[in-house]
Design a protein around this ligand. Structure first.
Ligand code: PLP
Length: 412
């Protein structure tokens, strides 16, 4: 009998029967409050009626046409809708299927646009599992150990992780920018550096918002040295952090942005946006792939962006995120094993620490398991796995947040 790979370790023992909004109804007959959303994907909640309707309608019209051969209406509509939210100057888009592919496409674009080889990434960054994306990932060796050689030309600089450095944010940002300047003087000269690649909040690296001043420092250096600034908004974007894009807490804007996950509520599609000038530096064939920009995914994407706007989900993410974070901070006050509670919007991390302040992955893992028993789905993250992350749907209600907090506290 064929079975799934033994390495696909499930965080819960559940099998889904059906799901709606913030709730997963499992085959054990119980309803679970889902604060994992397929790892930040089902932004409008499970099976939002408008997303379901758009996909259903599209399936009967055309499923796949490959946009370099025949264009279809959903992709034109999605491109127009993205135009309403993309940062100024990023007026050209193409599509892939996943976050990893989009990140790789952005790297290709930056190398072609600058004619330079090297990429600077930041400690704790997660950019995917394909060989090139894993080469750019420093959120733990488990994503690349054992299948070297990785892509060359990748250099890692410090990430301003104030809690772990034990400094205030301003000092940590100043230190991390100095480390970057030093790297540019010693390991990869600006003339050899194509891009800085960074998430607006570390995702798998520990649910840690990137300080706005750090993004602004990167923008200033990118301008000074002609380096492309790439924001990986795969997890942080589409309202997840309480603004449409996670980087909007800063004044910095990217040269290239990549988005996926929440953009189509669960249908696989990713988008890469840049200026037309940058985009034109490639050549036909250097962008896209067989399934990129699938018609059903694109239709779901259009419905998702409509729902996000019309139901005020970015604002809901901010408000419900504040409610969740305030509740978690109260719980932190009652449990010394919680060292840090942080995040923006509905992307919140709870860092578990031992008495001496070192990361405590065993407790985080036990709490994650216990949340399932309490009827709340959560996940862990962080280089050592000591952070429990909560990623509710953007449609989550005040009552659901209160229920989630009760269940989380019972689990701790
Ligand atoms: N970039 C970020 C910030 C992510 O969080 C992820 C996935 O979690 C990826 C890239 C890779 O996306 P995918 O798993 O769709 O390839």
């Amino acid at each position: 009998m064929t079975s799934l790979s033994p390495l696909l370790k499930q965080a819960t023992p559940l099998v889904v029967d059906h799901a709606l909004g913030s709730w997963i109804h499992a085959t054990d007959g119980k309803a679970y409050l889902d604060f994992t959303t397929g790892i930040g994907v089902t932004s409008t909640g499970h099976c939002h009626p408008r997303v379901v309707e758009a996909a259903r309608d599209q399936v009967g019209k055309i499923i796949h046409a490959q946009y370099t051969t025949v264009m279809h209406k959903p992709l034109l509509a999605l491109t127009e809708k993205l135009g309403e939210v993309l940062p100024a100057g990023l007026d050209s888009v193409f599509y892939a299927n996943s976050g990893s592919e989009a990140v790789e496409a952005a790297i290709r674009l930056a190398r072609m646009a600058t004619g330079r080889p090297n990429i600077i990434v930041f400690q704790g960054g997660f950019h995917g599992r394909t060989v090139a994306a894993a080469s750019l990932t420093t959120a733990g060796t488990r994503f690349s150990a054992g299948f070297s050689p990785l892509m060359s030309g990748v250099h890692m600089s410090a990430f301003p992780y104030a809690y772990r450095y034990g400094w205030d944010e301003a000092s940590t940002v100043a230190f991390a920018l100095k480390e970057l300047d030093y790297l540019l003087q010693t390991r990869t000269a600006p003339n050899d550096t194509a891009a800085f690649l960074i998430e607006p909040a570390l995702g798998d690296g520990g649910y840690l918002p990137t300080p706005p001043a750090f993004l602004e420092g990167l923008r200033e250096r990118a301008d000074r040295h002609g380096i492309q600034l790439i924001f990986d908004e795969v997890q942080a974007g589409v309202g997840r952090m309480g603004k449409f894009w996670g980087h909007q807490y800063s004044t910095a804007t990217p040269d290239i942005i990549v988005t996926a996950k929440g953009i189509a509520s669960g249908f696989p599609i990713s988008a890469i946006a840049a200026s037309t000038e940058t985009m034109s530096k490639g050549w036909p064939g250097s962008q896209g792939g067989t399934y990129g920009g699938n018609a059903v995914s694109a239709a779901a994407g259009v419905a998702t962006l409509d729902v996000v706007r019309e139901e005020g989900l970015v604002e809901n993410s901010r408000i419900r995120g504040e409610q969740l974070q305030a509740g978690l901070k109260e719980i932190q006050g009652r449990f010394p094993v919680i060292g840090d509670v942080r995040g923006k919007g509905l992307m919140l991390g709870i860092e578990f620490t031992a008495e001496d302040g070192t990361p405590d992955a065993a407790t985080a893992g036990a709490v994650q398991q216990a949340t399932t028993a309490q009827g709340l789905l959560s996940l862990t993250c962080g280089p050592s796995g000591n952070v429990v992350r909560l990623i509710p749907a953007l449609v989550v209600t005040a009552e659901e947040i209160s229920t989630g907090l009760e269940r989380f506290e019972a689990a701790v």
